[in-house]
Design a protein around this ligand. Structure first.
Ligand code: CP
Ligand code: NVA
Length: 312
């Protein structure tokens, strides 16, 4: 008798794990799910499925959009925090994954350590979704791409500028540039230049990604300017970061260097007056709330995809 090898679950841990075709499929599904919702339809794609959501850190958008998204798809959610689980008393991530896989149909986790995410996914027999680590934030970048394409057309033809810190959202944008073929110009200070892992991804992206330190050069003529918080979850040097990153604030003067119809994005939460001025984030080039909304649609598509559903 042969014992069948269990199929590896469909995880969604990083954009770079997937082909352009898979990510395009998820984006198309997201577009269709969004249109269905606008037409008053709620396709029950995940009826009776249970998603466990583990949050080791704060969240507004990720928490609410996954929760509402699951409900709209006919499923249910379980909200957990690391501090109230036995993880806080040194149960291993792998054992937690093995146990939870016996109860729930999928796990979404926000955890700072990317290694812990990989350990969870390695031991889980149900799909695991990355809801942000210190290393990447793939759900965010996919929502950003959907938002750009709704406003301006194919991302593959766009030039995008990233201004500020070298962080998790930037990493997912580097992965996206390599996969989708858009140009990405990075303007970050020497003090906060990408770490070794991200540098390797930048190198792998070839001439699609340009790394520099001048915010004006980075935004010159681009179609999209992206900023993010100067102090990410887990950073401990807030005062020093605000000092070093002060010249990297996206204000209307900096936006003038971009193409006249450039969009502005920020994954939120924004720290108004630090990385972006009110004038820019509230201005007509800003699409930050469309971005936030698209988290809901794109994550419903990711959820459907991890369960093997590829169209409506
Ligand atoms: N952009 C984002 O992930 O927001 P939250 O931290 O509120 O989930
Ligand atoms: N770079 C930010 C993103 C928040 C959604 C952080 O990690 O805190």
């Amino acid at each position: 008798m042969t014992i069948p090898t269990p199929q590896r679950p469909r995880h969604f841990l990083d954009l770079k794990d997937h082909s352009k075709e898979t990510l395009r499929l998820i984006l198309d599904l997201s577009r269709d799910i969004k249109a269905a919702l606008a037409a008053g339809e709620r396709p029950q794609l995940l009826k009776d499925k249970v998603l466990a959501m583990i949050f080791e850190r704060e969240s507004t958008r990720t928490r609410v959009s996954f929760d509402v998204g699951m409900r709209q798809l006919g499923g249910q959610t379980l909200m957990l925090t690391g501090s109230e689980m036995q993880l806080a008393r040194e149960e291993t991530i792998a054992d937690t994954a093995r146990v939870m896989s016996r109860y729930v149909d999928a796990i979404m986790i926000r955890i700072l350590s990317h290694d812990d995410l990989l350990e969870l996914a390695g031991a889980a027999t149900v799909p695991v979704i990355n809801g942000l680590t210190r290393v990447s934030h793939p759900c965010q970048t996919l929502a950003d791409i959907q938002t750009f394409e709704e406003h301006r057309g194919p991302i593959s033809e766009a030039t995008v500028a990233w201004v500020g810190d070298s962080n998790n959202v930037l990493a997912s944008w580097v992965h996206a540039a390599k996969i989708f073929g858009c140009k990405l110009r990075i303007g970050v200070p020497e003090e906060y230049k990408p770490d070794q892992g991200l540098m390797a991804d930048i190198k792998a992206a070839g001439d699609r990604v340009e790394l520099g330190t001048d915010p004006r050069e980075a935004v010159e003529g681009v179609d999209l300017v992206i900023a993010d918080t100067w102090v990410s979850m887990g950073d401990t040097d807030a005062k020093e970061r605000r000092r070093v990153l002060n010249p990297y604030r996206v204000d209307s003067k900096l936006m003038q260097n971009a193409s006249s119809d450039a969009l502005f994005m920020h994954c939120l939460p924004a720290h108004r007056g630090d990385e972006v001025t009110d004038e820019v984030i509230d201005g007509k080039q800003s699409v930050v709330f469309d971005e936030a909304e698209n988290r809901l649609h794109v994550q419903k598509a990711i959820l459907a995809w991890v369960f093997g559903i590829e169209s409506l």
